[in-house]
Design a protein around this ligand. Structure first.
Ligand code: BV8
Ligand code: ZN
Length: 267
């Protein structure tokens, strides 16, 4: 019995837009890392916000009330990321610039803007990655903001409570280096992301529900600035109405298929 894996049909208008682009932004959310086994937040019964309460786990108030619970939870998430690998989608994004440059010989800049706090884009080889919501790998002192050190060794994902480490400068608590709900967006990455959207030709939106603000503003700005916008998501998101192309596919199947089709194109 011949098993035919039906390869996703790459939208031709997306191929054309990419071959003419010299600056490409890839805007990603939790769906980008889903096929690496990292839980998303909303779209599945076992998604994080189905099991945990954002106010308790991802807010300044939750940290004030129960630091040990919150620290253990983020260390568990860091452990999960350390135990997995970038998927074929992360790898395809890291290959996009070279693939296009081989096609037409012109320099192409690909910038990733992510809501994700994992390091899978970097581990896949992407060199321009802007984290809007911080990182699991950038703990800092909650008082003097100095970078903090993790307790050596693999984080134990089963712990429900764990003392946060102390700051070597002021002995205050080290907190997770992420942006919690109700916290202002770090201005450096935010401004940089806004600048990248202003100068891009194409924005690929991969694996986000487009529910969290102000991050969701960036794809909408790209649309309003007349950029070519395309979404890759198994289910149309809140952003679908701002997309020129809504491609019903997954990160780890759609993006590699895109690279494969681009490699077939003749200069
Ligand atoms: C702030 C870090 C003010 C922590 C995160 C305007 C309107 C309404 C509400 C607000 C508003 N403005 C502000 C708010 C409040 C809030 C907000 O947006 N609330 C939402 C819930 C309505 N925003 C904030 O609080 C922001 N701060 O506003 O501060 C302020 C200003 C000045 C001074 C003081 C304060 C800060 C928000 C940042 C929160 N931190 N993360 C952590 O990770 O624990 S957000 C976190 O959740 C992620 O970073 C990400 O951004 C978001 C999850 O969304 P997605 O990534 O899209 O994931 P989701 O699960 O929802 O969807 C997955 C998608 O993937 C689905 O579409 C699915 O179909 C798709 N998919 C699944 N599998 C695949 C796939 N796609 C492709 N391939 C697959 N295989
Ligand atoms: Zn300190």
């Amino acid at each position: 019995m011949l098993l035919t894996i039906n390869k996703p049909q790459v939208p031709p208008e997306l191929l054309a837009a990419l071959t003419n682009a010299r600056r490409i932004v890839v805007f990603t959310g939790a769906g980008m890392s889903a096929e690496s086994g990292i839980a998303t937040f909303r779209d599945k019964p076992d998604s994080l916000w189905a099991k945990f309460n954002t106010r308790e786990m991802a807010s300044p108030d939750g940290w004030r009330k129960n630091k040990n619970r919150v620290w253990a939870w983020y260390e568990g998430r860091r452990g999960a990321v350390l135990q997995t690998e970038p998927n074929a989608g992360h790898v395809a994004i890291a290959e996009l610039s070279a693939t296009l440059q081989n096609l037409h010989g012109q320099p192409v800049q690909v910038d990733v803007i992510t809501q994700n706090v994992d390091n899978l884009h970097e581990r896949a080889g992407s060199t321009s990655v802007t984290h809007l919501h911080g990182s699991l790998f950038a703990p800092r002192c909650m008082a003097c903001e100095c970078p903090g050190e993790f307790i050596p060794g693999e984080p134990d994902q089963s712990l429900m409570s764990l003392d946060p480490p102390r700051c070597s400068h002021c002995n205050s608590y080290i907190r997770p280096g992420v942006v919690w709900f109700g916290e202002a967006m770090p201005q450096g990455p935010w401004r940089h992301a806004e600048d990248l959207v202003d100068i891009c030709h194409v924005m690929l939106v991969v694996g986000t529900s487009g529910i969290v603000w102000p991050a969701a503003e960036l794809p909408i700005n790209a649309h309003n600035l007349g950029k070519f916008t395309a979404e890759i998501n198994p289910a149309p998101s809140e952003l679908a109405k701002y997309m020129k192309v809504q491609w019903t596919s997954s990160a780890a199947t759609g993006l590699p298929a895109l690279i494969e089709e681009l490699k077939k194109l003749k200069p």
